[in-house]
Design a protein around this ligand. Structure first.
Ligand code: TXA
Ligand code: MG
Length: 350
């Protein structure tokens, strides 16, 4: 199959929509990451998503809608909490787990009796859903296990020859996947932190909590509330170590590990906050940005870049888990397969 990358214009949107209506897949930009979409109500089309990604069949997909009216096709009902959250945060990077309606094929939900739904805010995503005339099931458009794509070039790197077309909408603004909030098991729980933060959700839902698996590995035999939690994710080829602690103690620990790796001939890179690069002298350091939001937006591109440069070790500064820091730490820890080095010093940091 030849993969075409199309510029974002009316003609491309129409082509992509036609292709989706015909039961094909298409990759498109959202404000979070690029998605690989298919008609959510067509089981055969959705099957092509799993095939193109190499995605395990037990990991369900998020269904994307453009109008609240589309909800009736997908869920059996939304309670007052769900309605309030939709009013406040849709369109935007918030996915709600809701009771699944009978028209949603099993393959979308991996057989669960719930379905994940979100209304993205990216104008091209909304236009595509409307033009396709159907909700779109769309996971991130990476090969399973790779970092999520935040540019069309990332999608092409993973999907060349596996999907017919990619709409190129430039870089994604949020840069990490949506917040996944489960509303189906009593107390609302964040299964995956993202662009709508815990603090933002608390303004409407003071009781919301963060699932244990967000910052810790699943206990052996433990049940994953979100099947995505059990699969290694966001993983570059390099070994990733997250280094906690603060100030000079952390910088010294990172320098020590970097130098030890270099002595063994390993290629290493440090991922750090703006203003910290000088702490690492002439070692190779990649600044992710100033503040957690910017750092999160640049993380996946940095992980892919490290792979492209043949890096074998990535030493990442930990960050406080406030605001977007929670999403950033969740992705870093999962990329590291929860390998953490504690440097001491006063916890976080300058
Ligand atoms: O920002 C995003 O959410 C992007 C863009 C394309 O919208 N999509 C995305 O999809 O990240 P994906 O498939 O990479 O991640 C979906 C996550 C997985 O962790 C999956 O396990 C979880 O949502 N999920 C989906 N349906 C679920 C359900 N019914 N119950 C619990 N977790 C669910
Ligand atoms: Mg994904």
């Amino acid at each position: 199959m030849k993969t075409e990358v199309l510029p974002l214009d009316a003609a491309s949107l129409e082509r992509a929509a036609l292709s989706l209506r015909a039961g094909e897949v298409a990759a498109f930009p959202t404000e979070t990451v690029y998605g690989l979409g298919a008609d959510a109500l067509n089981a055969q089309a959705v099957g092509k998503i799993y095939a193109a990604k190499g995605r395990p069949a037990d990991n369900p997909l998020i269904v994307h809608i453009a109008e609240l009216g589309d909800l009736d096709k997908l869920i059996t009902g939304a309670d007052a909490r769900a309605r309030a959250l939709m009013g406040a945060f849709w369109p935007g990077p918030l996915t709600l787990i809701l009771p699944r309606g009978s028209r949603v094929p099993d393959v979308v939900s991996a057989g669960l009796d719930t379905v994940a739904v979100r209304m993205p805010s990216h104008p091209a995503a909304l236009a595509l859903i409307r033009a396709a005339g159907t909700p779109l099931a769309a996971p991130s458009a990476n090969r399973s296990g790779r970092p999520s794509p935040t540019t069309a070039a990332h999608v092409l790197a993973d999907m060349d020859g596996r999907v017919p077309l990619i709409l190129d909408g430039g870089a994604c603004s949020v840069g990490v996947e949506s917040t996944v909030l489960d509303l189906t098991r009593g107390q609302a729980a964040i299964l995956r932190p993202g662009g709508v933060t815990l603090e933002m959700l608390r303004t409407l839902l003071p009781e919301v909590r963060v699932d244990e698996a967000v910052l810790r590995p699943l206990a052996a035999g433990g049940e994953a509330r979100s099947p995505g939690m059990k699969h290694r994710h966001y993983a570059p080829a390099a070994r990733v170590i997250v280094v906690t602690g603060g100030g000079e103690a952390r910088a010294a620990a990172i320098r020590g590990r970097y130098d030890a790796a270099a002595l063994e001939g390993q290629r290493a890179v440090i991922l750090c906050q703006a203003g910290h690069a000088a702490l690492y002298g002439d070692r190779k350091a990649q600044v992710l940005g100033d503040g957690a939001g910017e750092m999160a937006a640049n993380l996946f591109a940095a992980l892919r870049e490290a792979d492209a440069q043949g890096m074998e070790l990535i030493l990442a500064e930990a960050i406080q888990t406030e605001g977007m820091g929670l999403a950033l730490m969740n992705r870093l820890l999962r990329a590291a397969d929860f390998e953490v080095a504690e440097a001491g010093g006063c916890q976080n940091s300058e």
